[in-house]
Every structure is written in C-alpha cells, then in structure tokens.
Write a protein that binds this ligand. Structure first.
Ligand code: C2E
Ligand code: CA
Ligand code: CA
Ligand code: CA
Length: 275
C-alpha cells in the first residue's frame, strides 16, 4: 500500500512504510540517510527579468535513494508530521554554508534556503540558524530564508523571530504569496524583504484578464511597500515578458533554468562570469 502524507502519495515500499510507522526505526533510517548523504542539494537560479542575469538561487532538496531521486513532495509532508523537518532544514542550511565556503565568489545574489512553517515555530530557531552560519563563517548577507506565506501566523512569536533574523542580516522571502487566504492582510504587520508570487497567480494572469489586473495590483502594492518581487514558476517567454512589464524584478522558472545538480550549478555560475 502507498502511504498518504498530506495530498501526496509516497513511494515508500510497504516494508519501509512499516519501518517508518515505527518511530524508533524511522529515526535510524533518517540517521542512515543523513550519514550516507542521501539528501542532496539542487539549485535553481533566479534571474533579473530585465537582463536575465543571475540574481540568486534557491536550494531545493532531493532524496537520492538507491537509484531513485525523490522530489520533496514525497517526504516533506511526512517529515513535517514526524518532526524530522527541523533536522532536515538545518542540514540543508549547513550544506548550503559549505557550498558557499567554496563557491561564494562565483555566486551572484543570495542563496535562498526554504524553512518549513514547522521549523520557524521552534523556540531556538534563530539561535540555531545563527550558530550554523557562524560555525561556517558565512555572512547572513549571503543568505535568504524562504518561509511559506501560511506560516506567517500573526502571532508576535513568529513576527519576532522574523525580525531577529532580519536584524542578523538574513533577508526573508514570503514564499507562495497569494496561495493562502489572507495574503494581503498579513503584510500589514509582517515585515519581510521579498514577496515570492505563487505560480498559480502567474498562470491566472495569462489566462484571465481579471487575474491579470490582480497580479498588476499586487506588484504595484509590493513596489509601494518597497518589497522586492520574485515570480516563481515562469515557464514561457510570454509569462516572463508579462511579469517584467508589470514591474516585477526577479523571475524563477523552467523558462530560465531548471533546478540542477551542484556541478551543473557551478557551471551555470561560471558561465555568468565569462573570462
Ligand atoms: P517551493 O518552495 O514553492 O519551490 C518551488 C517548486 O517549484 C520546486 O519544486 C521547483 O522545482 C518547482 N519549479 C520551479 N520552476 C518551475 C516551473 O517553471 N514550473 C513548475 N511547474 N514548477 C517549477 P520542488 O523542488 O519539487 O519543491 C517542492 C516544495 O518542497 C518547495 O516548494 C518547498 O516548499 C519544499 N522544499 C524543497 N526543498 C526544501 C527544503 O530544503 N526545506 C523545506 N522545508 N522545504 C523544501
Ligand atoms: Ca521556496
Ligand atoms: Ca514557492
Ligand atoms: Ca508554489
């Protein structure tokens, strides 16, 4: 049988599923996977819409298990339930710092790391993040933290953590903006640096004139609030041109570059610096 985790269907074998259900055993599977470096970082560039030059990149995790490469929807919802997500997020941040130690000179813009809404609620999240970057001597000015819009619950707790992280020099992107229910209202009290406009918005804007008006107003409002805008999931030149004409600064999507392995990303970065 397949294991249901959120809306996604997992590809774990029945045997693995049983092991996972047994929490002790699950912990050892995860420790094994971490030790064997089965979680690998992929990178997707972000580009300036005006010139298509690199403006940063997002780290996206993959689980490389035997001969299969599992995308996050197979395991992140499960990790958010069993508590492993925190360890995963710190692992990704750590590996990103190691990457930057070696390659910061060729990376243009910040590297974005995703933080689960579960992780941001942890009491020591700020301390832990600050300790990781300090350990690897990476400046927070090289990093952006993407936090999904729905995690911005209007509690002083989360707001305070966001402010602390910003005061250390990280930037914060509100991810999947527009996918939640009360997006606009959240911006009233929450200070972030960047709005990452959800792909659904962009699809709507092409297909439907009303959607187009809404996207136009969202970008205007973001510009008024001095928020940077990143449009995610740009797959066509039409979408890229539309976003650029509406005043969005940065784009990310298959049209510009797909998520790629570390080696491919290094080559991509080097090609940005022709010598
Ligand atoms: P996300 O943060 O919204 O990431 C963007 C997703 O859109 C990625 O899926 C990316 O591969 C995909 N994408 C990029 N360009 C396009 C495009 O042009 N068209 C389409 N259709 N899709 C595009 P991916 O890599 O499968 O990641 C899915 C989600 O898993 C992410 O959504 C993020 O929420 C989560 N995730 C990934 N890595 C991490 C991580 O290290 N930690 C945490 N907490 N979550 C992660
Ligand atoms: Ca993201
Ligand atoms: Ca997103
Ligand atoms: Ca999305």
């Amino acid at each position: 049988g397949k294991l249901r985790a959120g809306n996604s269907v997992s590809v774990f074998t029945p045997q693995m599923q049983q092991e996972i259900n047994n929490n002790n055993h699950f912990t050892s599977i995860m420790e094994e996977a971490l030790k064997n470096e089965e979680f690998v970082l992929h990178f997707q560039p972000k580009v300036l819409l005006s010139t298509e030059e690199m403006a940063g990149a997002e780290v996206l995790i993959r689980w490389q298990r035997a001969d299969e490469c599992l995308p996050p929807y197979h395991f992140i919802p499960l990790f958010e339930k069993n508590g492993f997500i925190e360890e995963m997020d710190y692992y990704v941040l750590t590996k990103t710092c190691v990457f930057l130690q070696n390659y910061q000179s060729i990376v243009k813009g910040r590297i974005s790391v995703n933080l689960s809404g579960v992780t941001i609620l942890q009491e020591k999240v700020v301390e832990n993040i600050v300790a990781i970057v300090a350990k690897y001597e990476i400046s927070p000015a090289q990093l952006d933290l993407e936090i999904t819009e729905t995690a911005f619950v209007d509690t002083s707790d989360v707001l305070e953590k966001i402010q602390q992280l910003r005061s250390h020099g990280f930037t914060i992107s509100m991810d999947d903006f527009g996918a939640g229910v009360s997006s606009l209202n959240r911006l009233k009290n929450i200070h972030v640096d960047t709005l990452k406009i959800d792909r659904e918005f962009i699809i709507d804007a092409i297909e439907n004139p009303r959607g187009n008006k809404i996207l136009q107003r969202v970008i205007e409002m973001a510009n008024d609030l001095q928020l940077e805008t990143v449009a995610e999931g740009i797959e066509t030149i039409e979408q890229g041109t539309l976003l650029k004409n509406l005043g969005c600064q940065i784009g990310q999507g298959y049209y510009y570059a797909r998520p790629m392995s570390k080696q491919q990303f290094i080559t991509y970065c080097q090609d940005q610096h022709p010598s």
